[in-house]
Design a protein around this ligand. Structure first.
Ligand SMILES: Cc1ncc(COP(=O)(O)O)c(C=O)c1O
Length: 411
């Protein structure tokens, strides 16, 4: 069955009310009424803190919170909810993971980690700073002129000190889709862990952690119809069980004993030991509802629908002389995202022009400055698609860009 985007649109009131073509989905998606209602009714009827009381509201809230872990685990093909850690967003998941690995000595002085020049700052900053602190060395795989990591050079970047390979499944700038299994095969040959930034893939296509063979995945609820304030670190259970959390606090321990000037801690099982403090309870209920919504649509259909829109946008924008599309020209190598520049024009000026026509895009360097520096770009205009976008949104975008070019010409 094909996804019916006009039917989907009915669940997103703001689209009709504003008459908007919302093409800023890589930054964050809109929220369907089902997610809004699930969160509101949970707050009205079942809200309390979790794992901290025997009273009925706390028990009900705890069950909803645990069920949300289970729903997310199933959605990504994980073995159990134990592997799903709820944090604030991809950025925090990235930070928590690297801090966990260095705190536990999995990565230490003299070790190496492979990253790419195309990564989002939410990967680059936590990882580069933590590696520097412990005297480990980042090996940064360069990108080519299309902005695609030179995966063909990976062997030269791997060695016996490589502890992890960290990269985006789908680039938030070029939309390039990395062949994860190929990278996993090579990383395994040197015994390195594989950390996948799945912020732009899990919301958009069928995804299975086991089939990919990765060790850790990171993603954000707000990019997949869920609320802000919840993100996920998925990790293999056998790894998580062996690791102490870098952050401690309420809800993360079984026991704490003051021992002289120190403290003896018995950590709770994963995922709780990594979720110190009151967690995103209401947000978890919203995310579970978002996952249920996407499952009803079917992720295969979601992916096919977006592919169709991306292919059309790529072809039509590329056919405009003054427009330069960033990333691979072959739609088969990318998904869901088309970034471009109108040569000689500031991307923000194009963004403002589009907004005046009720077309929402993102402009700027998309938290991937090193990639833009390498490509010699001072920013791009990014259109990114989701389930409520139909062909008319692509047509509106393309004709508005044509009008812009007709009016202002070559910069
Ligand atoms: C590929 C990629 N990684 C990480 C992030 C960071 O996500 P968040 O801002 O939700 O932490 C984003 C979102 O902008 C992204 O596109």
């Amino acid at each position: 069955m094909m996804l019916d985007c006009s039917l989907v649109r009915e669940d997103f009131e703001v689209i009709a009310r504003e008459g908007i073509a919302y093409l800023d989905n890589a930054a964050s998606t809109l929220k369907p009424r089902q997610v809004i209602e699930a969160m509101a009714s949970f707050m009205r009827e079942s809200y309390a803190n979790v794992h901290r009381g025997v009273h009925r509201l706390s028990v009900r809230a705890s069950m909803a919170y645990e069920t949300a872990h289970e729903a997310v685990a199933k959605f990504i093909g994980a073995d159990s909810w134990e592997e799903v850690v709820f944090l604030r967003n991809t950025t925090e998941a990235s930070q928590l993971l690297v801090e966990t690995l260095v705190t536990n000595g999995v990565i230490g002085e003299g070790d190496e980690v492979v990253l790419t020049e195309a990564e989002h700052h939410s990967i680059l900053l936590p990882w580069l700073r933590a590696l520097k602190r412990v005297g480990a060395k980042p090996r940064i795989l360069p990108v080519n002129d299309e902005g695609v990591p030179e995966w063909g050079l990976l062997d030269e970047y791997l060695g016996k000190r490589t502890k992890a390979v960290v990269f985006a499944h789908i680039s938030n700038v070029t939309g390039y889709v990395t062949n994860v299994r190929e990278v996993v095969k090579k990383a395994r040959s040197v015994g390195a862990l594989v950390v996948l930034d799945a912020a732009q893939s899990i919301p958009h296509m069928p995804f299975n952690v086991k089939e990919l063979g990765i060790d850790f995945a990171l993603f954000s609820g707000h990019k997949m119809l869920g609320p802000t304030g919840i993100g996920v670190l998925w990790g293999r259970a056998d790894l998580l069980r062996e690791l102490e959390p870098p952050l401690g606090g309420g809800g993360s321990v079984r026991d704490v004993v003051l021992a002289g000037v120190g403290v003896r801690v018995e950590w709770d099982d994963p995922p709780w030991r990594f979720e110190a403090g009151t967690p995103p309870i209401i947000e978890a209920v919203g995310l579970a509802e978002a996952v249920a919504y996407l499952k009803r649509l079917g992720m295969g259909d979601v992916a096919r629908h977006e592919k169709e829109l991306t292919t059309k946008a790529l072809a039509e924008l590329s056919s405009i002389d003054e427009v330069e599309v960033v990333g691979p020209k072959d739609p088969g190598r990318r998904h869901g995202i088309v970034s471009f520049v109108v040569r000689g024009h500031n991307p923000d000026a194009v963004g403002v022009w589009l907004d005046a026509r009720k077309i929402a895009v993102r402009t700027g360097k998309h938290c991937a400055h090193p990639l833009h520096h390498r490509l010699g770009l001072d920013g791009t205009v990014r259109a990114s698609f989701y389930i409520y976008n139909c062909v008319d949104d692509v047509e509106r975008l393309v004709s508005a860009v044509r009008e812009y070019v007709a009016r202002y010409g070559r910069g």
